[in-house]
Design a binder for this molecule. Structure first.
Ligand code: SAM
Length: 377
């Protein structure tokens, strides 16, 4: 349900994405509210080049839309929320320029507004990339909820941008004001980073915001040992692909099959694309899709979907995205097709999977994880 976000810039109807009928969480937090009050009281915004980083669901972009800001995010869902929230408030889509996390604004930045992301590596990457667009008189304001603001966020700003001054906390939110120190010589941007699965394979590329970017996730490692081996499958989907490690192995085991890599993170899809190309070249059998679960896929178009689902969306923990993935997988599988899922034991995915598919077989289990296979009737 849309809720009203009332700030000095106006009163806006905002919803989160993906949309849920009985959503309990707001599409903004007290840090958005604090930041917008600060801007109204202290900044002249007209004619300024404003860049917003990591706006969760468009609260900042919508509230500042009259100043034509640029909003940079790694999340397709955040961008979609911004588009929907602009439309819901009758604001033309072109009032906000949406850029993905690997793109840069084309002109110097007067005001940089940063929501501190969950993954600090993303912030580190962003500061490296945006520093050349900052000037000594650019204003830089970072915002976050106190409980989600690691000390390293400060250190990163000081190391890569310049001196910082914290605000007082308000409603459990805090602002950090930073200014550019032109004398700092930042080290080389460490992203993307690479690790090897085996000595004879090309290294795996991991952009800064990719899940388990430093080494193979232990769940993914277990899933790799229990991938489907039905010879008849033609169309595979690696759903929530991250760096693509699961889909790459499917492509290797099934050389004649098509594999679609899907993720809502732009950096995940950029990593999976590079990883596929370094192994298989520009083979047309791979498709790379940035989007929400399987929204763009036709019903009954896949033989096998393999998934290591997420258990949080930004700072919110829960299985709602996993549940959407299972529902959509059920719709996108052909009759006789298979969904193979790994989950932490305590998540009890088999209960929801049984409801959807009627049956659900346990393929493997260890102390931490269970792997299920569900056949589409
Ligand atoms: C647990 S990670 C698994 C990554 C990779 N498959 C692996 O096993 O290492 C879950 C992935 O789901 C992605 N994800 C989260 N929400 C999504 C959504 N709504 N649609 C598509 N992918 C999503 C995350 O970005 C993340 O890459």
């Amino acid at each position: 349900m849309a809720e009203l976000f009332s700030v000095p810039q106006g009163c806006f109807r905002l919803t989160r994405q993906p949309y849920r009928k009985n959503e309990l969480l707001q599409a903004w937090d007290a840090a958005d509210d604090y930041l917008l009050h600060h801007l109204a009281e202290n900044e002249t915004l007209a004619g300024q080049n404003i860049v917003i980083l990591n706006d969760s669901f468009g609260a900042l972009a919508v509230a500042l839309s009259e100043f034509r800001p640029t909003a940079i995010s790694d999340s397709w869902l955040s961008q979609q929320a911004t588009r929907e929230n602009l439309a819901a408030n009758v604001i033309a889509a072109d009032h906000v320029l949406l850029l993905d996390s690997l793109s840069l604004p084309s002109t110097p930045i007067d005001l940089l507004l940063i929501k501190i992301p969950k993954t600090l590596a993303l912030l580190e990457y962003q500061l490296h990339r945006l520093r050349p667009l900052l000037r000594p008189d650019s204003r830089i304001v970072a915002a976050g909820m106190v409980k989600a603001l690691p000390a390293n966020a400060w250190k990163l700003l000081e190391r890569l941008v310049g001196p910082t001054v914290p605000s007082l906390a308000r409603k459990k939110a805090r602002l950090i004001f930073a200014s550019l120190d032109p004398s700092i010589r930042p080290p080389q941007n460490p992203y993307p980073s690479y690790y090897r699965l085996t000595a004879d394979e090309p290294p795996l590329c991991n952009h800064a915001n990719v899940f388990s970017r430093e080494s193979l996730d232990i769940g993914a490692r277990f899933l790799l040992q229990h991938l489907p081996d039905q010879p008849g499958y033609r169309d595979f989907i690696d759903l929530g692909c991250g760096n693509g490690v699961i889909g790459l192995r499917l492509a290797e085991l099934n050389p004649a099959a098509n594999v679609a890599f899907v993720d809502e993170s732009f950096m995940a899809i950029a990593s999976a694309t590079e990883n596929f190309r370094s192994r298989f070249g520009d083979a047309p059998r791979a498709k790379f899709v940035v989007g929400d679960c399987l929204s763009g896929f036709a019903p009954a178009s896949a033989d096998c979907i393999v998934c290591n689902p997420p258990f949080h969306q930004q700072h919110a923990i829960g299985d709602h995205i996993a549940w959407r993935m299972f529902q959509q997988a059920h719709a996108v599988l052909r009759p006789g097709g298979e969904l193979r899922v790994i989950g932490n034991r305590h998540l009890n995915y088999h209960i929801t999977l049984k409801k959807l598919f009627g049956r659900c077989r346990q393929v493997a289990a260890n102390a931490k994880f269970v792997i299920f296979s569900c056949e589409r009737a």
